[in-house]
Write a protein that binds this ligand. Structure first.
Ligand SMILES: [Zn+2]
Ligand SMILES: [Zn+2]
Length: 244
C-alpha cells in the first residue's frame, strides 16, 4: 500500500518519460512515446538468417542469406535480432547501458523477447540448448553496475524455457566489450578476448545473447571461444542489429 502510494507520489514528481525523446508518457508502463515506438523496425521477416542483418528496403518480406555471409560464412549457425539498430531504440539502449534502471531494463528486455518470438528465433534452438550471455569485463560491470547482455539473457531464458548458463563465457580483458570502433580495429581487439568454461559448454548447443550487434566482431569472437571449448553449435540472439 505504502509502496503504491510512494510510487504514485514519485510519478507526480518524476513522471515517466519516453526513453528516446523525453516526451511525457501517459502511463508508467510505457517505454517509448507513440511516434518513437512507431519508428522501431522489427527484424521479423526481412533479415539474413545467418547474421540477422536487417534489410530495410524489404520491409515485410525477404529472408535470404546476405552477400557478406555468402562470401564468408560466420562461425555461428544462425542469428536472430529483435529490431534494426537505430533511431529511438538506439537512444533507449544508450540510456539502459548508461545507468542501472530496473523498469527501463525490464521494458526493453520484454520488448526484445516479444520481437524475437515474432521473428521465429525459438524454432532454430533445440530444447536442450543453453543460453549464454556475452560477458562484460568485471571492471566494466563494476563501473556500470550490471551487464545488459546478462539481463537480456535472463529474459530470453524465461521466454524460451531453455537453461541459463550465465558464466559460460568470461571476458579476459577490458577491450572485449569496448564498442564503436572501426571494423578492422574491433576485429583485432576482440580476438581472443573471451574464454569459454569447457565444463559448462562442452558438447552443448549454445544460444549466445548480446544487446547490440553492429559489425558482429564481438559475437564472432565469443562464438569462436565457445566452439574452441567444445560447444557443438552456436546460435546468436540480439536485441538490436545494424541494418544492411
Ligand atoms: Zn519519444
Ligand atoms: Zn548475413
Amino acid at each position: 500500500m505504502l509502496t503504491t502510494l510512494t510510487r504514485r507520489l514519485l510519478d507526480l514528481v518524476y513522471p515517466r518519460r519516453c526513453a528516446s525523446c523525453d516526451a511525457l508518457l501517459p502511463t508508467e508502463r510505457d517505454l517509448l512515446c507513440a511516434p518513437c515506438a512507431g519508428s522501431l523496425v522489427p527484424a521479423a521477416g526481412a533479415s539474413c538468417p545467418r547474421c540477422a542483418a536487417v534489410y530495410l528496403d524489404l520491409a515485410g518480406g525477404g529472408r535470404h542469406v546476405c552477400g557478406g555471409c555468402l562470401a564468408k560464412p560466420p562461425p555461428f549457425a544462425s542469428a536472430a535480432a529483435a529490431f534494426a539498430y537505430g533511431a529511438a531504440l538506439q537512444d533507449a539502449i544508450a540510456r539502459w547501458k548508461g545507468r542501472p534502471d530496473e523498469s527501463l531494463s525490464a521494458a526493453l528486455c520484454a520488448l526484445g523477447v516479444v520481437a524475437l518470438a515474432q521473428a521465429g528465433a525459438r524454432s532454430s534452438w533445440p530444447d536442450e540448448a543453453i543460453v549464454v550471455p556475452v560477458p562484460a569485463h568485471r571492471k566494466r560491470v563494476r563501473r556500470r553496475g550490471f551487464n545488459p547482455a546478462g539481463q537480456l539473457a535472463r529474459a530470453v531464458t524465461r521466454w524460451s524455457g531453455l537453461r541459463l548458463v550465465s558464466r559460460g563465457l568470461r571476458a579476459t580483458h577490458a577491450a572485449a566489450t569496448s564498442r564503436g570502433q572501426q571494423r578492422g580495429a574491433r576485429e583485432q581487439r576482440v580476438q581472443g578476448a573471451f574464454r569459454a568454461r569447457e565444463r559448462l559448454v562442452h558438447g552443448r548447443v549454445v544460444v549466445l545473447v548480446d544487446d547490440v550487434m553492429t559489425t558482429g566482431a564481438t559475437v564472432r569472437a565469443a562464438t569462436r571461444a565457445l566452439l574452441a571449448a567444445g560447444a557443438r553449435e552456436v546460435h546468436v540472439a540480439v536485441l538490436a542489429r545494424a541494418p544492411l
